[in-house]
Design a protein around this ligand. Structure first.
Ligand SMILES: [Cu+2]
Length: 329
């Protein structure tokens, strides 16, 4: 069974990559050749190790969140393509460890919310339904008119539509903007919003990491931290990646109450594409500082197999849950 699953996932991933590159239908061999023409360094299509996603994980779905991109539903209206997304806010409970549960607001039954993905210039429409028992909103980072800025409250039980052009390309985010904003974000109402450049980036194993904190005793300080939902998850369940495979991390810091954190990767250096708004890296480092809502693309490949940790180098934050590891195979 695991082998069948593995094959299925790899095929699925390859197809998704090909779809993104617009070469679907040319077949695997043709596609691989096409990639070689596009970039002399690329030897084959992207290889992604199989991921076993537990069936019922509730609101915390860290293995799914890693490589789960929501491209929306494409519709044609008045000769224009609309990329339509649906986001529903609800209430739920996340298990932070075996002893601590925490009430949160989720989006589409998960924390962080879905990673929405569009291409620069797409018309984007977000149908937002609020069933979370309190007024909320969705404020998107990017360029859009004032009335689409998502700061007006959407009362419990009602819905609204946000519509704008996806620009500029980069790694952006969306979050609730109802006061106290710190509280509304810290309780789960955030997600990543990736706008791809007109010409796609080179193929890579693309991975989403969202750093967040949890203030469970209302003292405006975080007691727990995490990547993609539950604390410490990727320490116990390392993220498997392939040796010498280009890895593209989309990293967001949405930790409230702490002014900034760093992101550090062990035994390697990464190329930094600040806010994902460039096609060439601005620097190479192994630790980068990120203020609240800052996000970057970080690229690297591992030369040697084994396990390698990643975490903020504020070690107390790492030790309270914002810590994980890659397993290079
Ligand atoms: Cu809110």
């Amino acid at each position: 069974m695991p082998n069948n699953l593995a094959l299925g996932k790899e095929q699925l991933w390859s197809r998704r990559q090909l779809l993104k590159l617009g070469v679907c239908g040319t077949g695997m061999i043709g596609a691989a050749a096409l990639l070689q023409m596009a970039n002399g360094k690329i030897k084959s299509i992207v290889k992604v190790p199989p991921v076993e996603i537990e069936a019922a994980q509730g609101v915390a779905q860290p293995m799914k969140v890693l490589r789960d991109f929501d491209y929306g539903t494409l519709k044609r209206e008045n000769g224009r393509i609309i990329r339509e997304f649906s986001l529903t806010a609800s209430t739920s409970i996340i298990e932070l460890n075996s002893a601590v549960s925490y009430n949160i607001w989720d989006l589409n039954g998960r924390i962080p919310g879905p990673t929405l993905r569009a291409k620069q210039g797409d018309r984007v429409r977000i149908l937002f339904l609020n069933k979370a028992g309190h007024s909320h909103s969705l404020h998107f980072h990017g360029v859009h008119p004032s009335n689409m800025d998502g700061v007006r409250p959407v009362s419990n039980g009602s819905a609204t539509i946000y519509e704008f052009d996806a620009e500029p390309y980069g790694v952006h985010l969306y979050h609730c903007h109802i006061e106290p904003v710190t509280r509304h974000i810290a309780k789960g109402l955030y997600g990543m919003f990736i706008i791809d450049p007109p010409n796609p980036r080179p193929p890579a194993d693309e991975i989403v990491l969202v750093m967040a904190g949890y203030d469970v005793n209302d003292d405006s300080r975080n007691e727990y931290y995490a990547f993609n939902g539950p604390p410490h998850y990727y320490m116990d369940n390392p993220i498997r990646i392939y040796q010498n495979q280009l890895i593209r991390l989309y990293v967001l810091n949405i930790i409230e109450y702490d002014p900034a954190v760093t992101f550090h990767l062990h035994a390697n250096f990464f190329d930094v594409y600040r806010t994902g708004m460039t096609l060439t890296p601005s620097e190479k480092t192994d630790v980068i500082t990120m203020g609240v809502a800052e996000r970057h693309i970080l690229e690297f490949a591992f030369r040697y197999p084994g396990k390698y940790m990643f975490h903020p180098h504020q070690d107390a934050i790492a030790e309270n849950g914002c810590m994980g590891q890659f397993e290079v195979i």
